[in-house]
Design a protein around this ligand. Sequence first.
Ligand code: SF4
Length: 352
Amino acid sequence: MRCKTRTVKIGSCLIGGDNPVVVQSMCSTDTRDVDATIAQIKELEAAGCQIARVAIVDSEAAQAIGKIKAGTTIPLVADIHFDYKLALQSLSAGADALRINPGNIGDRKRVQAVVSACREKNIPIRIGVNSGSLDKQMLQRYGAVCAEAMVESAMENIKILEDMDFREIKISLKASSVKLTLEAYRLMASRVDYPLHIGITEAGTKDRALIKSALGLGMLLNEGIGDTIRVSLTGNPVDEVWAAYEILRNLGLSERGVELISCPTCGRCEIDLIPLAEAVDQAVRHMEQPLKVAVMGCVVNGPGEAREADVGIAGGRGFGLLFRSGEIIKKVPAADMFSELLQEINKLTNNK
Ligand code: SF4
């Protein structure tokens, strides 16, 4: 069962409560390069990204937010370290949320200025604790990076905001270790009802990051923990969005996109299945409609093994059998398997 959390609003996006888990990503562009950032956010939007975050490194980046927002439609989060002036500038420029740790801003007056500006515009703040940048005091208190230290650090930041009667808060506790991430979020979920932004940080290059994220985020989501997710990987952020939906869909938390069922091949396989499966994968990746597509190596077992697929192809010697919901509907020459299958997919997705 999903953990009960409060709801915060980032632009038009509701996070927490009974709202569906929100998919977000972070731009890898220099925020000051407005055109490049808009272009990347548009790509992210097209992939289904619901919130984009940008790094605010200086005033120019903060001011770019206005122009970026004018060229895009999804809510924008300003990611700031330490400098409260950049937070204020980002808010003036139209940021829909801030990621900043109040404990890093400095004296109370500065925090108050940021909180007042957020309150005025109904803008939430994400407190983001990262295991790699845990503050020295906390490290000394606990002797090493651990879940308790991460949660304690978040709690201190939460208290600063709560003392100012500000509760439009979202929390993240990221680590590159899956086990540490799990422990930290589980502990946090038992302590507060603020919505949780979950992710494995610095998860590595694409394949490695996908495994870590699927494991870490999958386990948390399956326990009902997590209101918004970001898969982080060293690579194109569009892949982060695709991976996020794969994780959500496989847990029954989203219906977006095509599920590809393909067999591992074995001695019964009579077609060159791997390139066919890969070509089908590329062709269906961008599709939003929910559909199960199967690419199977043999006609004997293929259609039956992929009975739950909406549509699929099973390879024979020199031909393929096109099937729907386990029933064979057509025999096609091997050279046409890809195009025939795609035609069938398009028919089904256009009707959805
Ligand atoms: Fe082997 Fe056929 Fe199963 Fe593929 S579908 S693994 S080729 S038995």
